[in-house]
Ligand binder design. Structure first.
Ligand code: MTE
Ligand code: MO
Length: 504
């Protein structure tokens, strides 16, 4: 007797074969996503911001693997269901095939710049699935593969099942190997030498030398990463270009070589995420090399009505950046290097935007390919449609790095230290308060400009027992950090970072 389980198994095997050929097709044609990942990305795009926030809080960095696994589980269930439907007739799973293919097609086409070629993996996968499924169904019907018969037939069934499984895996791996696009781009990146990009150590005398304070310069490998892509865009510099258009008299399209042939600016800039909680670590300081956007826009004849630039990345992420921040005296730039090395792929290779003084979600477009000079009335960025505010100037903030909350410290003098920031305004004072007492001024590290964070440290005397230590910063504009606690959304958290320590 052929049981329900066999029909389901046949459905799953056929489906896996389809997934394998679609994945291999995507890899071989260096289509950025396999359909499964495209579906996961569409789910991310359709998820309300608050739900996404919560998921990131609960799952942390596992959010994307969990989502892709979830999509796979649903797809496998659909394959099994299709298998059980085939019991009556091989074509019975038709609605399941059509539905799954439709979801795949919609997801793939919803990607920015999707063309006919992007549909290919879905088509190849669907044809494989149906063909293998029909063949297995036919075999099960005719009793050729009836595994309940004696050992010879069972072996045949297992052999066929195993062969399909291994062949699928082989096809997927082969596709991966053939289309190792990412590896190629990584090699190009490693070999790239950009004239004018220099490596320079962090300015001396900026470090207060207190063990445990965040290093003033954040190494590329330790730099926080936030983006909506599951597989990051891999773009060869030769294949990159940026179109600047919209409310300008003359639109231009810049190639990579044209961009790096221009005058390069290098500056230390601290970048942070609007989602950072008080005391959080979604912040880093690096030396960025790039071309000033103000210089690029000058001479294009920007219309007087324009008040923003709508930026779009290669993977379709968008943000609207205030025009004023791109054209005033700050070093808003199209960055090509980070800490003296070509941008890491995850941080936007080959070109990204960096704007001192604005949160990343309204400015720091990675893999930027399009800039439309426009108005806020006409432009909404990715996060703005999800309830975050249209403009995102960085709020003044400070953080205690040492000691850590919950630490035991020795009774007597205790060194406290951390970082404070208000990019493009600068920090003039940092103060620490123990157990609600007087605010004590901290020593500040030296910085090359107002666009970076500032290290701070001081020593306080602690008696035996539990203590509450908090920090607040004051900007060069005289504004002191507010004690009012607000959540990161819609435009950045506020409140004083407070830790608890026990002196013994
Ligand atoms: N293409 C693209 N660029 C993006 C994002 C994104 O999701 N996609 N996220 C932005 C956000 S919210 C932040 S905080 C910064 C983070 O940059 P990093 O990952 O290099 O630290 O990138 C910005 N640029
Ligand atoms: Mo962000």
């Amino acid at each position: 007797m052929t049981t329900r389980a066999h029909w389901r198994l046949a459905g799953v095997l056929a489906g896996l074969a389809g997934l394998a050929t679609s994945y291999a097709t995507a890899m071989i044609f260096t289509i950025r996503e396999s359909p499964v990942v495209a579906v996961a990305e569409l789910v991310i795009r359709l998820t309300p911001g608050s739900v996404a926030e919560r998921a990131i809080q609960v799952l942390g960095h596992l959010d994307k693997p969990v989502l892709v696994t979830g999509v796979l589980v649903v797809v496998l269930a659909a394959f099994a269901w299709a298998g059980s439907l085939a019991r009556r007739a091989w074509w019975r799973p038709l609605p399941v095939w059509v539905a799954l293919a439709a979801v795949g097609l919609v997801s793939v086409l919803a990607q920015r710049g999707a063309g006919l070629v992007d549909v290919l993996p879905v088509g190849v996968g669907l044809v494989t699935w149906i063909a293998v499924h029909a063949a297995l169904t036919d075999a099960l019907h005719r009793g050729v593969l009836r595994p309940d018969l004696e050992s010879r037939e069972r072996r045949v069934f297992l052999l066929v099942a195993g062969t399909i499984g291994i062949a699928s895996l082989g096809i997927a791996v082969a596709g991966r190997v053939v289309g190792a696009g990412r590896r190629q781009v990584e090699t190009s990146r490693q070999l790239l030498r950009i004239p004018g990009v220099t490596r320079r150590p962090a300015p001396p005398a900026t470090s207060l030398g207190l063990a445990g304070i965040s290093p003033w310069q954040t190494p590329n490998d330790d730099f926080y990463r936030i983006d909506t892509s599951i597989t990051v865009p891999t773009i060869e510099p030769d294949a990159w270009s940026l179109r600047i258009h919209g409310r300008v008299d003359r639109e231009v399209t810049l190639t990579y070589s044209q961009l790096v042939a221009r005058r390069l600016t290098e500056s230390w800039i601290t970048l942070n995420c609007v989602s950072n909680e008080v005391g959080g670590d979604l912040i880093g300081n690096a030396r960025w090399s790039g071309v000033r956007i103000a210089d690029l826009l000058e001479g294009l004849g920007v219309s007087a009505e324009a008040d923003c630039v709508l930026q779009t990345s290669h993977d379709g992420w968008t943000c609207a950046t205030p025009l004023a921040a791109l054209t005033d005296d700050r070093d808003a730039m199209l960055a090509v290097a980070m800490n003296g090395r070509p941008l890491p792929i995850e941080h936007g290779f080959p070109v990204r935007t960096v704007v001192p003084g604005l949160y990343g979600y309204v400015s720091a477009t990675k893999w930027v390919v399009d800039m439309e000079v426009s108005t806020f009335a006409d432009s909404v960025g990715y996060w703005t449609t999800r309830g975050w505010s249209a403009e995102g100037p960085v709020k003044i903030a400070s953080r205690i790095d040492v000691p850590r909350s919950g630490d035991d410290v020795a009774v007597g003098p205790v060194a406290i230290g951390g970082v404070a920031w208000h990019q493009h305004t600068g920090i003039s004072r940092v103060e620490v308060q123990v157990d609600g007492g007087a605010w004590e001024p901290a020593e500040l590290g030296r910085v090359p400009s107002d666009d970076t964070w500032v290290q701070w440290a001081l020593t306080v005397d602690l008696d035996e027992g539990d203590h509450e230590v908090r920090v607040r910063a004051t900007g060069k504009d005289g504004e002191t950090q507010t004690s009012v606690v607000v959540r990161p959304d819609p435009d950045g958290a506020t409140g004083w970072h407070t830790i608890e320590v026990t002196a013994r």
